[in-house]
Design a protein around this ligand. Structure first.
Ligand code: BT5
Length: 325
């Protein structure tokens, strides 16, 4: 029944410019007109505004806040990414769900997405905050043939794809803080978490988790996040179609990912460097063990590793850390 309801929603999205009769829907989906009517009533109860005209049929006027599977699929221009979507209104963590699905053999490009993530996580056990229906919480399953040590490059690639997608839908030019934060005027708009499943030295699956503060109200960033986090809406005052933002992201990601698999990180590096927020700055590097280094961030090397120049001019490579300045 959930399948039929989704299929109806899909038809309504694809035919938004005109009315679709109950009879046509029941023919297309091979179900009874009563079933159609029942599902339409359920969708209405969920917050979809559906105009129903006696003679002409149904037409979708608007959807509740947040994303849904039909909206992401309708008009999606990718070749493969996002063609399989695992959506539910509420999840503990899309990342956790995606790791389970990858274990069970989910194919490359599977997208896990929810409107309410109640136990979102960041790196190193950090918590990731989301508010229902206003931010994007998603995890993308990939199966690149890559040696393990190259996978951090996918985090950098993802950051470029998200920043490009944000620029396309909002006009905002964001910067990237190595390795995984997207900032606008020093406030964090996006967090990226890359995890992997591997066998010996090769990758079985890479799960890229992305949290985007889209329509989040400024007031929800309080306490620890006050002054440190922001959202597209808080900056521009506009309300964004989050499903559309996901489509734009997937398209951009796919283009960069193909280029990367073909040509390697050198094809991505200049795009990342152009948006880098930390290069040339004096930074503090907090490494996973608690060890702190300071120095000047002079760049990333051809593998995407951060290069830190210490006081004495010695250059250290930083593979994973939290940086601040
Ligand atoms: C990250 O970690 O930035 C990665 C966040 C990834 C979240 C996505 S959502 C979909 C998928 N499912 C999951 O369960 N996770 C992924 P990190 O660099 O460790 O930064 C975490 C820190 O960012 C926290 O300690 C807070 O200081 C801050 N933070 C938490 N929620 C935030 C938010 N909504 N906006 C901005 N900053 C936030």
């Amino acid at each position: 029944a959930k399948g039929t309801k989704n299929a109806i929603l899909r038809l309504l999205y694809e035919n938004r410019s005109h009315y679709l009769s109950g009879e046509k829907i029941s023919q297309l989906l091979d179900c009874s007109r009563t079933a159609v009517w029942k599902h339409i009533r359920e969708l209405t109860a969920e917050g979809y505004i559906i105009e129903a005209l006696q003679k002409s049929g149904y037409r979708l006027i608007s959807a509740p806040d947040g994303v849904n599977e039909a909206a992401i699929l309708t008009g999606l221009e990718t070749k493969q990414l996002g063609h399989t979507i695992i959506f539910s209104e509420r999840m503990d963590s899309t990342q956790k769900k995606a790791l389970e699905l990858a274990d069970d053999g989910a194919e490359e490009g599977t997208l896990v997405v929810t409107n309410e993530q109640v136990a979102g996580r960041g790196r190193l056990g950090h918590h990731w905050q989301s508010t229902r229906g206003t931010n994007i919480s998603m995890s993308l399953i990939l199966r690149p043939r890559l040696p393990i040590e190259k996978t951090p490059q996918l985090t950098l690639l993802t950051a470029v794809a998200v920043a490009d997608a944000i620029e396309e839908v909002s006009g905002l030019y964001c910067r990237i803080k190595w390795p995984n934060d997207i900032l606008y005027e020093n406030a964090k708009l996006v967090g990226i978490l890359t995890e992997l499943q591997a066998e010996s030295s090769f990758v079985k699956a890479v799960i890229i988790g992305i949290g985007i503060n889209g329509n989040t109200s400024p007031e929800s960033f309080s306490g620890e996040l006050a002054g440190k986090a922001s959202s597209l809406r808080a900056i521009t005052g506009d309300h964004y179609d989050l499903s559309h933002l996901i489509q734009v992201f997937l398209k951009r990601f796919e283009t960069l990912y193909d280029r990367y698999l073909d040509k390697g990180f050198l094809a991505i590096k200049p795009l990342w460097v152009r948006r880098a927020a930390s290069l040339g700055k004096k930074i503090k590097v907090r490494q996973p063990g608690g060890h702190v280094l300071s120095g000047k961030a002079i760049g990333i090397n051809d593998d995407g590793v951060l290069l830190l120049e210490k006081e004495q001019g010695e250059i250290t490579r930083v593979y994973s850390a939290d940086i601040e300045w």
